[in-house]
Design a protein around this ligand. Structure first.
Ligand code: FUB
Ligand code: ZN
Length: 633
């Protein structure tokens, strides 16, 4: 790790700045989103969501905790972290510093310790509850906020507080010190980022220690088991993301950071493997992750019930963080594909249009209409209503705020060969000798026009991601020399000596299409869904005649869906609620195609699990029940 001085503070204004890897990030000062879908979202974020979060945190006492006496402390044990996330959002958004920083500085102990919930007279001792205390987790968000401040506007008070806290952690949790890990990862990514900012090796070493220490079983085997906090097996040995989804994804992100900085190919490969399996088996069509409400965790493989999807907004934010790191490390477009899916279908779904209420849990099927909570009421549970202004656990709103604030940093990268565009938005990019103008109404329209405004005289490569969802349809790339060629999912490139005014046009086929599930996703067998470009669609009762419920909808996937100019899609089908029967099970009608084969023994349900561990199922898929609709991603 180079020292800060030799680095000369040339890090981009970006959340993640690896010193090596396949691609280099561009900073928020190099990429500007100028219009369209994300510009509107970011405008609402800056003008409404950030202020909304600030007001609520003041109102529920979370900011006040830094000023209040012990007895007056309010909120959950991790409330400090939400204040830090908001400060991070403010740094990226450039909305100025917040007076709360002074109170945070005052609350910090002389040895760097900082937490409003522990360590003061009348509170539990410091680090007496690593499972649930969230002290290191809170530092993680503090440090990331301090790094954001330093990169966005230069080192300030928050950066200093963060450094003092990080020094305290390194002094206490080093190889000879406390051998514990936090029940909630996130300090790993933050310490690596601080190492990148300062050039100080010890922060990276500490992050590596935390990554390697996890999985040794130092955390209590509690209510949800050690897998809940990924302490059941070492990161390097795990083959899939498991346990609490946000924890798993933050940890994996930290592991990638450590792997990249230390050149640890095995560790990187382990995380790629976990990502692959989680995407193949544990991810919703929306990109959402986590199907357990009880412990906010990943379910077993293919346990993806749409009506019980937890799909926490924070897990989506964390998934984008992981995908971005893997993209930078490897250059592989599949990571940008998942980030796109997750950004459009979970991160963008969480906030209401006015940016003042949020989904915490992002179900894919709501059976009851729910209610709109009052604008001034804090909602106690994640899934109890429609979007809520605030939750007793409000980790998601400030996480959305910081993600939208830093979003331009996820659009494009550079390497020694040129510029790579990963996400499409109306934007302008200016880096080194190259300036690009990107004009598009994506995802409403699939045309992306890239105009070169400034270019060096030598050849370079413009790379454009062709999303995996474009499979099976034709995408076109028209280069400035007039050539027009079909491109397939992956990366399309134009290499040449560009001239100012040169245009490259990518045409993506944002036509609606049917998708069907892998038959192993039992909860949705026999159903189909529509996706148009990166956008997943849904039926909503307000669009149905007579205000019927969506459960009356039956679709005919043999007829192609039809896109309309207003962005909606029309599909063939019928509306008719099923009449209730006294008992919702009936004699099985054997499929015509069922043939002889292996005899399969069934036993009475009451007798199962008397002969040692086993797997079991009652409903057995019929041989002809696999959907015949397009199953492309
Ligand atoms: O524990 C802190 C945050 O609260 C988690 O990341 C969320 O899942 C919520 O439980
Ligand atoms: Zn959350």
């Amino acid at each position: 790790m180079k020292s800060n001085q030799s680095k000369g503070n040339t890090d981009p204004v970006a959340p993640v700045t690896p010193s090596r890897g396949r691609l280099r990030p561009l900073g928020l000062d190099e990429v500007r989103i100028t219009g369209g879908f994300w510009a509107r979202r970011r405008e609402v974020n800056t003008t409404a969501t950030i202020e909304h979060c600030r007001d609520w945190m003041e109102r529920v006492g979370w900011t006040g905790n830094f000023r209040a006496p012990v007895a007056a402390r309010r909120g959950r044990e991790f409330a400090d972290s939400d204040v830090y996330k908001l400060l991070e959002a403010m740094s990226w958004a450039g909305t100025g510093s917040d007076p709360i920083t002074e109170a945070i500085a005052t609350a910090q102990e002389p040895d760097g310790y900082l937490n409003t919930n522990f360590g003061r007279p009348g509170q539990q001792p410091r680090y007496s509850d690593l499972e649930w205390g969230h002290e290191l987790y809170c530092y993680g968000h503090l440090i990331q906020a301090g790094v954001a401040q330093a990169r966005a506007s230069g080192e300030g008070e928050l950066t200093k507080i963060a450094r003092r806290a990080a020094d305290h952690v390194c002094a206490l949790f080093d190889a000879k010190g406390n051998q514990g890990v936090c029940g909630h990862p996130v300090i790993e990514t933050a310490l690596v980022e601080l190492a990148r900012l300062t050039g100080e090796q010890r922060y990276l070493d500490q992050a590596a220690l935390f990554v390697d220490r996890r999985g040794q079983g130092t955390l209590e085997d509690g209510e949800f088991g050690r897998a809940y906090y990924q302490d059941d097996m070492p990161v390097r040995k795990a083959t899939v993301l498991r346990g609490h989804a946000v924890r798993a994804l933050y940890l994996a992100s930290g592991a990638v950071d450590v792997a990249v900085e230390t050149g640890d190919e095995d560790l990187l490969a382990a995380v790629v493997r976990q990502w692959e399996t989680a995407v193949a088996r544990r991810t919703y069509l929306t990109g959402g992750m986590g199907s357990h409400h009880r412990d906010e965790s990943f379910g077993d493989d293919f346990v993806l019930p749409p009506d019980r999807a937890y799909s926490e907004t924070c897990a989506a934010v964390a998934s984008v963080m992981l995908s971005w790191r893997l993209l930078l490390a490897t250059g592989e477009p599949r990571f940008a594909d998942l980030a796109e899916r997750t950004l459009f279908n979970v991160v963008a779904a969480s906030p209401a249009e006015d940016g003042r209420s949020f989904f915490y849990s992002n179900t894919l099927h709501r059976r009851r209409r729910g209610f709109v909570p009052a604008a001034d009421v804090q909602v106690p549970r994640a899934e109890s209503s429609l979007r809520a202004p605030w939750f007793a656990v409000s980790c998601c709103p400030p996480n959305v705020a910081r993600t939208l604030a830093l979003l331009p940093g996820y659009l494009a990268t550079t390497d020694d060969h040129g510029i790579q565009l990963h996400q499409y938005a109306d934007a302008e990019i200016s880096t080194g000798g190259i300036a690009l103008r990107i004009r598009t109404d994506y995802p409403t329209d699939g045309r992306v026009t890239v105009t070169v405004d400034r270019t060096p005289a030598h050849p370079w490569t413009l790379s454009l991601r062709v999303p995996a969802w474009a499979e099976g349809a034709t995408a076109w790339l028209a280069g400035p020399d007039g050539d027009r060629r079909a491109v397939t999912p992956g990366t399309a490139e134009v290499t040449r000596v560009f001239r100012p005014g040169d245009e490259t046009v990518l045409e993506l086929p944002v036509l609606p299409r049917w998708l069907g599930p892998d038959p192993r996703v039992d909860a949705i067998r026999g159903t189909a869904a529509v996706q148009r470009g990166p956008l997943v669609y849904c039926a909503e009762s307000v669009d149905l005649p007579d205000d019927r419920d969506v459960d009356a909808v039956r679709v005919d996937p043999s007829a192609p869906p039809e896109g309309r100019a207003d962005g909606s899609v029309v599909v063939a089908g019928e509306l008719g609620a099923q009449a209730d029967e006294a008992w919702p099970y009936r004699p099985f009608e054997a499929p015509q195609t069922a043939g002889a084969g292996t005899g399969i023994v069934l036993v009475p349900y009451h007798s199962w699990a008397n002969r040692g561990p086993s797997t079991m199922r009652v409903w057995l898929p019929a041989v002809d029940s696999a959907p015949t609709v397009d199953s492309a991603p």
